[in-house]
Each structure stands twice: as structure tokens, then as C-alpha cells.
Design a binder for this molecule. Structure first.
Ligand code: NAP
Length: 325
């Protein structure tokens, strides 16, 4: 098969579409013939040599894909050759074929086309696992989503709104109208406005119940300041650095929590549990049309370098997809 290889880590032009050995399905795995793969922020880091795949994961880029099952390994039940699926991956989506642990497969939701389904697994699993079991988001809560225009952000706005939360989202101003269409009640231009002040204004001074954060260190103090009593700050990205000072007094007074998780390196059993939760609680919302994949653009896999340049520029809204065949 062919896959995107990285002979030398570096800029987008380090990505080379080349012949590589075909994957074989191990016990508990299926082979998916890839139709499309989602581009994720983490792929840019891996391309630069900063985010190696966890042990046992395929060496190629790609944390999610959609496609058709073409082979089934031993000990797999409930899936059939020819079935259209999408999948959460620890790697290997930027390829013509990938071996996938069966617990990480999801059916293509009714009403979503096969290519667009590649936009769903990583964001659905990340957002659901961080907002529901970790962040304990409830109907009636206020949720602040940083990076509202990102793949993660566009999904979190829709999912939070579908759960009955009031959504605040930060993004550059040009993205605000899209975020409001997706369900954000308040949009904040983080370049011009103080999000702590805006969050207080939008909540009559109470602060927000949950924050889904992708900025890490750069926003830590201000995020804690923006929380309501009993609020939960869930950090999933470190785009603004990893080390910062934390005023525990501020947390203590608010009885608030700071939580942080990452999905990729979790054991298979935990990923399968998250995928089950997503299938039970998120897929029905997609099939009812209350959440839709937000796809900025589809590009052929051979233009992976162009896709990385686009994501690096942050000019996209939602997901960028790479198509195969
Ligand atoms: N922990 C996990 O398991 C996990 C899983 C998946 C993703 N993530 C993380 O989630 C984040 C989003 O991933 P993605 O692939 O969806 O990203 P993406 O589509 O590449 O988007 C990145 C976003 O960051 C925004 N941004 C940049 N500076 C900002 C600032 N100062 N304040 C607010 N927003 C800012 C940009 O929006 P503007 O144009 O508005 O600046 C852009 O929309 C990444 O940090 C990624 O590593 C974590």
C-alpha cells in the first residue's frame, strides 16, 4: 500500500506519499481500506519529530479515518467485511490501509457521508470524554470553549449546546458568525477582549461552570479566574505552553478543579470504553441532525503538505480531511 512517510522530520514538505508494507490484522483487529483521514493538531508535532506514536501504534500519521472493512483478524465479532466505518486510531490514518483495534471502530452515522465521517472520531471521543465523565457538564451549565473554530472547538460547541449548556467560545473575530451558527451564545475575540471579563459579564458575575482549554500555561491563571464556584477547568491542549504558576488559594476559595487528559496513549480498554460512550451518547445526536461534521476542506492525500500548511495557519474552521482514491 501507500502511506505518508516522513524520511526526515521537519516542515510540511517532509511528508512523502510512498510504498510501504501492507498492515496485517492482529487478534482483535480489522483492516480498514481508508477513504479519508482527519488532520489533527498533533499530526503537525509528529511531523516535526516531537510526538512519537505510542508503543505498538502504526508509525504513520493519522489519528482517525473513515473507510471500508476489508479484512477481519481473529477474535473479532460484530463487524463484517464491506461495512462502512470510521475509527479512532493511535496512528496510521494517512495511508491506503490501516489495522484498527475493533473496540475503536464506529459505524458511519446515518445521514453522514463516508468521507465526512473521518471528521468525527477524534473530536467526538475527545470532547465527550472530557466534557461528560471528566468535566461533568450538565444541562443548564455554562461552558467556555477555547479555540471555538478548531476541529475540537466546533464539535464541543455543538455537543455542549445539544446537552443544554450555554456556550461561550473564544476565536479570532472572522470565525464568530460560524460559531454562532453552531450554537455559541457568546463569542469572544481573544485578541481584543479579556475573556475573563466577558465570561463574568455573560454569567451575571458568577463565572463559567466548565472550561475546555487548549492553551495550557498561557491561560491557566485567567481560566481559574473565569470559573464559577465548583467550576471545572479541563485542559486538553498546551498550545500556550506547559508550565505556569497556579494560585491554589483561588482554586480553594471556589472549590474548583483543574483536570487534564490526553487520549492517544490510553490503553485499548479505556479507548474502547470511550468509543462505546460516544456511540451510545453522541451518535444519536449526530443521527438526529443536532451535531454535524464541520469540514473546512477536503484535499487528496497527495496534498498532505498543503493540508498541514492550512492547519498551521489556523485559517480553517473545523476539520481538514485528506481523501484516498
Ligand atoms: N488531550 C487530548 O486528548 C486531545 C485530543 C485532540 C486534540 N487535542 C488538542 O486540542 C487542540 C485543538 O485541536 P484541533 O486539532 O482541533 O486544532 P486545530 O483545528 O488546529 O485548531 C487550533 C485552534 O487554536 C486556536 N487558537 C490559537 N491561539 C489561540 C488563543 N490564544 N486562544 C484561543 N484559541 C486559539 C485557533 O483559532 P483562532 O484562529 O481563532 O486563533 C485554532 O482554531 C490542540 O491543542 C490539540 O492538541 C487534545
Amino acid at each position: 500500500m501507500r502511506a505518508i512517510t516522513i524520511p526526515q522530520p521537519g516542515g510540511p514538505d517532509a511528508l512523502i506519499w510512498a510504498e510501504v508494507p501492507d498492515p496485517e490484522p492482529g487478534p482483535g483487529e480489522v483492516i480498514v481500506d481508508v477513504r479519508a483521514a482527519g488532520v489533527n493538531r498533533a499530526d503537525l508535532l509528529q511531523r516535526q519529530g516531537h510526538y512519537p506514536p505510542p508503543p505498538g501504534a502504526p508509525e504513520y500519521l493519522g489519528l482517525e479515518c473513515s473507510g471500508v472493512i476489508s479484512a477481519i483478524g481473529p477474535e473479532v465479532t460484530g463487524w463484517a467485511i464491506g461495512q462502512q466505518v470510521c475509527a479512532l486510531l493511535a496512528g496510521g490514518g494517512y495511508a491506503e490501509r490501516v489495522a484498527v483495534p475493533a473496540g475503536q471502530l464506529l459505524p458511519v452515522p446515518a445521514g453522514v457521508d463516508l468521507v465526512d465521517a473521518a471528521a468525527l472520531p477524534e473530536v467526538a471521543c475527545t470532547v465527550w470524554s472530557n466534557l461528560v465523565p471528566v468535566g461533568r457538564l450538565n444541562s443548564g451549565d455554562t461552558l467556555l470553549v477555547h479555540g471555538g473554530g478548531s476541529g475540537i472547538g466546533t464539535f464541543a460547541i455543538q455537543f455542549g449546546a445539544a446537552l443544554g449548556a450555554t456556550i461561550l467560545a473564544t476565536a479570532r473575530a472572522t470565525k464568530h458568525s460560524r460559531l454562532r451558527e453552531l450554537g455559541a451564545a457568546h463569542t469572544i475575540d481573544y485578541r481584543e477582549q479579556d475573556f475573563v471579563e466577558e465570561a463574568r459579564r455573560a454569567t451575571d458575575g458568577h463565572g463559567v461552570d466548565v472550561i475546555l482549554d487548549i492553551m495550557g500555561a498561557a491561560y491557566l491563571g485567567r481560566n481559574v479566574a473565569a470559573l464559577a464556584t465548583g467550576g471545572r477547568l479541563v485542559v486538553i491542549g498546551l498550545q500556550g505552553g506547559r508550565k505556569a504558576e497556579l494560585d491554589l488559594g483561588a482554586l480553594l476559595t471556589k472549590r474548583a478543579s483543574v483536570l487534564a487528559t490526553s487520549l492517544r496513549a490510553r490503553p485499548l480498554t479505556e479507548k474502547a470504553e470511550i468509543v462505546r460512550g460516544v456511540r451510545d451518547e453522541v451518535w444519536p445526536l449526530i443521527e438526529a441532525g443536532r451535531i454535524r461534521p464541520v469540514v473546512d476542506r477536503r484535499l487528496p492525500m497527495t496534498e498532505a503538505a498543503e493540508a498541514h500548511r492550512l492547519v498551521e495557519s489556523n485559517d480553517h474552521v473545523g476539520k481538514v480531511l485528506l481523501t484516498v482514491g
